[in-house]
Ligand binder design. Structure first.
Ligand SMILES: C[S@@+](CC[C@H](N)C(=O)[O-])C[C@H]1O[C@@H](n2cnc3c(N)ncnc32)[C@H](O)[C@@H]1O
Length: 288
């Protein structure tokens, strides 16, 4: 069965888009605590991004890029913050040797259901010791933004250095948030439609909206995600924080932590990085 919403529901959503973007009329609102998450509940995560509004193929857009990177730089591959295996799984399906580490039991639980060809390991990317080295270590789709403190980032870089073969490559992929349209969107106080999907517990349709708040001086983006079960008029509210590293800052942090940046790309089409590029992708090797 497909994870995506039906065409009928998709058309209904598109015709009612203004209505869906407005604040929900929930009769019951439940604020999730710091230790609870629907976003990173593995059963919800894939559904959220398979049905990301405006119904793009976001969930798969970067996979050909990573497949290409592995054919260029070799295996075994280690994916940091692998989540439900959105990337690690299709790489392993191609017969590649892949290890994925993540801190969340729920995300790894979903990953394990997909494949036992990947070595799934529960670990903190800031403190891990796998006892082996990799030809390629990847940090995909903004996961590096979860490292809120520079100290965490530097501990992670130290672990990466121990796990990289002498001629191995380390690739970081993050969105380039520091473009004018993105900054403006992050400041917008209006709720934006994020995803619509069938609730995995059978409670009907889940509509997700988001409100972002950006603290420019701390470079912290706070996002409030509203998960509304339409039929039940029930809403869950979850807050997440991301540290939006500036591309130039990331370049310097890599350099001063012993990496040499060989190539900087601006997107999955492998165009060179420019200040208006959608992504910042740094391909690095170990310094001497
Ligand atoms: C945005 S998801 C990305 C998952 C996957 N890379 C993808 O592209 O779909 C971020 C993941 O980072 C994990 N994570 C956050 N902080 C972590 C840490 N310190 N160590 C390991 N995993 C972490 C979360 O559990 C979550 O699964």
């Amino acid at each position: 069965m497909s994870n995506a919403v039906s065409n009928e529901l998709e058309n209904q959503i598109i015709s009612n888009i203004d209505d869906l973007k407005s604040q929900p009329e929930a009769q019951s609102i439940i604020e999730l605590s710091d230790t609870e998450s629907i976003h990173y509940d593995g059963r919800h995560y894939d559904l959220i991004y398979d049905n990301f509004y405006p119904f793009s193929n976001l969930a798969k857009i970067d996979i050909p890029f990573w497949t290409d990177m592995v054919s260029q730089y070799g295996e075994p591959v280690l994916e940091l913050c692998c989540g439900t295996g959105r990337i690690a799984f299709p790489l392993a399906e191609k017969g590649l040797q892949v290890t994925g580490i993540d801190i969340s039991d729920s995300m790894l639980g979903e990953a394990r259901k997909k494949s036992d060809r990947v070595e799934w390991i529960k670990a903190d990317v800031c403190d891990f010791d796998l006892g082996k080295q990799f030809s390629l270590i990847i940090f995909s789709l903004n996961s590096i933004y979860h490292l809120l403190r520079i100290e965490d980032l530097e501990s992670c870089f130290n672990c990466v250095k121990k796990h990289l073969k002498p001629d191995g490559k380390f690739i970081i992929d993050m969105l380039n948030y520091y473009t004018k349209p993105t900054i403006e969107a992050m400041w917008s106080p209006l709720p934006t439609l994020y995803s619509v999907y069938p609730d995995p517990d059978g409670r009907g349709t889940m509509v997700v909206t988001v409100v972002n708040e950006l603290d420019v001086s701390a470079q912290i983006a706070k996002s409030k995600l509203f998960f509304r079960l339409i039929e039940q008029k029930k809403e869950f509210v979850e807050e997440t924080k991301l540290r939006l590293y500036h591309p130039n800052e990331m370049g310097n942090l890599l350099k001063y932590n012993g990496f040499i940046i060989e190539t900087q790309l601006g997107g999955y089409d492998k165009a060179a990085f420019t200040s208006g590029a959608p992504n910042y992708i740094a391909i690095c090797k170990l310094g001497q």
